[in-house]
Structures are given as C-alpha cells and as structure tokens.
Design a protein around this ligand. Structure first.
Ligand SMILES: NC(=O)c1ccc[n+]([C@@H]2O[C@H](COP(=O)([O-])OP(=O)(O)OC[C@H]3O[C@@H](n4cnc5c(N)ncnc54)[C@H](OP(=O)(O)O)[C@@H]3O)[C@@H](O)[C@H]2O)c1
Length: 332
C-alpha cells in the first residue's frame, strides 16, 4: 500500500505573503492502477511565479485558477514506478504537470519522457519553462539583431538570465535589471552581460543613459516597477517590448497604470504579451533553437533547491523578496 502526501489549495491569497493556512496537507492511499495508467514518484517540482495567478480567483486569464480543494498545480520530474501504459516503462524519467504531491497517477496525457542526460535540476532550469519562455519571447517576439541593445528585467532570474545570455550570443549589447548587488555581479561577471542596474538604487535614468547610449531596441519585461517607464522612454524607433511577466504587480489590488502611448506611436514600438501555454505545441521547434546554445556552453544557470514538499509553501515568498538565486525547485 502506497500513501501519497499532497498539498491542496483551500484558500486564496489576498495580497500578503503566502502562508500555510492557504493549504491543507492531505494523505491518501493510492488505488490500484487502471488500464492505461502510470504511477510516478515525483523527484523534483518547479516553483514558478505563475502560481500566484493560479491561486488567485481570476477566471479571465490564460488558464483557469486551481479550484479550491484541488492539489496545487506545478510541473515536475519523476520516475515511473508502475505502469499499465504501453508508452511508459518502470524506470522511465518523465516530466509533466504533477502538482504538489509525492506521487502522481497519469493517463499519459501531457507526460513526456526526459531523455536529456542531465540532472533534473538542470532540465527544470533550462529546458523546461524558463528556457522555452526565453526562446519564444526573445526570438519570436523580440526578433534580435546583432548590434542592437536589449534591456531585460528580472535579469538574474530563471527566464531573464537565459534571455540575456541568448541575446549576448546573438551579438547584442545586454543590460540586466536586478534587485541586489550580488545578482548584478553574477550577471556581469559570470554571464557576461554588458551592464547591470540595481532597480533599488538611485538615479536609474542616469544609469540607463550611461549603459544604453544608443537607446534600447528590445525591452524584455519580466517585472514591471519604476524602471519600466524609464526604459520605454529610451526605446528606439521600431523597438520591441516583450511583455513576459509583471511580478511587481502580482500582489497588488490595483496594477500600476501603463506608460503613455505617445511614445509608442512616435517610435512605432511593438508591445506584445505572451504566455507559454499558447506555444506548448511548438516545444520541439523551441528546443531545437535553444539546445545548440546550451551545448556550446553559452547558457549557464543556477538552481535554488529547497528540501521537502512542504517547503514549497514558504518557498513561493522567495520570488517576492528576490531571495531566490536562480530557478526555484523543490526536491522531494
Ligand atoms: N509569459 C510566460 O509564459 C511566462 C513564463 C515564465 C515566467 N514568466 C514570468 O517571468 C517573470 C520571471 O519568472 P522567473 O520564473 O524567471 O522568476 P525569477 O526571475 O527567477 O524570480 C522572480 C524574481 O522577480 C524579482 N522581483 C520580485 N519582486 C519584484 C519587484 N517588485 N520588482 C522587480 N523585480 C521583482 C526578484 O528578483 P530581484 O532580486 O532581481 O528583484 C525575484 O527573484 C515572472 O514575472 C513570471 O511570471 C512568464
């Protein structure tokens, strides 16, 4: 008899920190597998800022919220430990939306075998959501050209750090916006960004002017915040704004008003939001684009690994404090 421990969402957050009272930890016996089912022991699960949206009551978004009483939604990697499915064998390493739980029973839908000879942490940090998001946003929306200047916010984060490195590899000047000096040093010294701005420091506009004297061609927006209108003011003609995330606004009751549209028309700027579920059908093409950069050593990453299922709850707060150093992952 196998007992599963799962964390279910029972209350929606109301702007403050994520606390244990929003969740219920439940144990249940795993029933015998039916025909076509596969049982996975999850090993690593991914924490993502998107979870703030999934926990909210907002039904007018790109994906429905997690229903109260349901296991909290997340992607993860695990090992097949029993299978009644012809496509999956015991011992296979698989990735899918397994949720905050130790074991996952799947029909096989949305489950993919992981073949890359890399540790789970590296797969989740580079080849899963962060790398796919960076590749889709930068190449298909940002359309980078050598010699251009790119500003990326959340630059030491899992998406932003890959965006910046891909743009460097394409011959752009890359400026990263981060929330502390350690992250600024990491992206400049380790990832080879051309410059970094700590958005909590003073004279942001002067710093931007100095680092982007020729203006900004691509603005990859992961955060929002006070730097957003300053970057927009410096956009060049035909610039592209890739709206990937706005974490500064996720816990706000009233989001910050957007910038003036005057600049948008004067400089013929394209502003485009995107969310990855629209592009899950294009994963093979995105991986084909991303993989050569990784294999040639141009993409470094760091993973921030928390221990134990329950660490997921408080772990989410690290996104808001900025205390996560790289891709947030829970090891089960
Ligand atoms: N569109 C999509 O399909 C898609 C897919 C994946 C992710 N995203 C979005 O992309 C963004 C980055 O995601 P990620 O997984 O790579 O997370 P991450 O950057 O690894 O972590 C979030 C980071 O946001 C920064 N942050 C927190 N509050 C902030 C604030 N008020 N102002 C500015 N920065 C703040 C913190 O870094 P600092 O220490 O630098 O402040 C924190 O470490 C998120 O907004 C996420 O929702 C979108």
């Amino acid at each position: 008899m196998t007992i599963n421990t799962a964390i279910k969402l029972v209350k929606r957050p109301s702007g403050g920190p994520i606390t244990a009272e929003l969740f219920e930890i439940a144990q249940s016996e795993i029933e015998a597998l039916k025909a076509g089912e596969v049982l996975i022991k999850q090993q690593h699960l991914s924490l993502d800022p998107a979870m703030f949206g999934w926990m909210s009551p907002d039904t007018d978004s790109y994906i429905p919220p997690v229903a109260l009483g349901d296991v909290m939604r997340s992607s993860g990697i695990g090992e097949v430990i029993a299978s009644n499915h012809t496509d999956f064998a015991i011992g296979d390493r698989v990735m899918g939306m397994m949720g905050w739980q130790q074991y996952y029973v799947s029909s096989g839908a949305g489950l993919n075998t992981v073949l890359a000879p890399l540790p789970n942490e590296a797969v989740l940090s580079v080849f899963a959501l962060p790398g796919l998001t960076a590749t889709q946003g930068l190449f298909n929306i940002g359309k980078p050209k050598a010699g251009e200047t790119l500003v990326v916010t959340g630059a030491a984060g899992s998406v932003g750090s890959i965006v910046g490195q891909l743009a460097k590899a394409e011959g752009l000047t890359v400026i990263g916006v981060v929330g502390n000096d350690e992250k600024a040093e990491w992206i400049v010294n380790e990832l080879d960004f051309d410059g970094a701005i700590n958005y909590k420091s003073a004279n942001l506009d002067e710093q931007l002017a100095k680092l982007a004297p020729k203006g900004v061609d691509i603005f990859f927006e992961n955060t929002g915040g006070d730097i957003q209108p300053l970057v927009l003011e410096r956009m060049n003609a035909h610039g592209r704004v890739v709206v990937c995330g706005l974490i500064a606004d996720y816990a706000k009751e009233t989001p910050t008003p957007g910038p003036s549209w005057l600049k948008v028309i004067k400089k013929r700027i394209t502003i485009q939001g995107f969310t990855m579920p629209d592009h899950f059908g294009e994963i093979p093409q995105l991986l084909e684009k991303l993989t050569p950069y990784v294999l040639s050593g141009q993409i470094k990453h760091r993973s921030h690994v928390l221990e134990g299922l329950e660490s997921a709850i408080d772990g989410l707060n690290l996104f808001y404090s900025g205390a996560n150093k790289g891709k947030l992952i829970v090891k089960l």
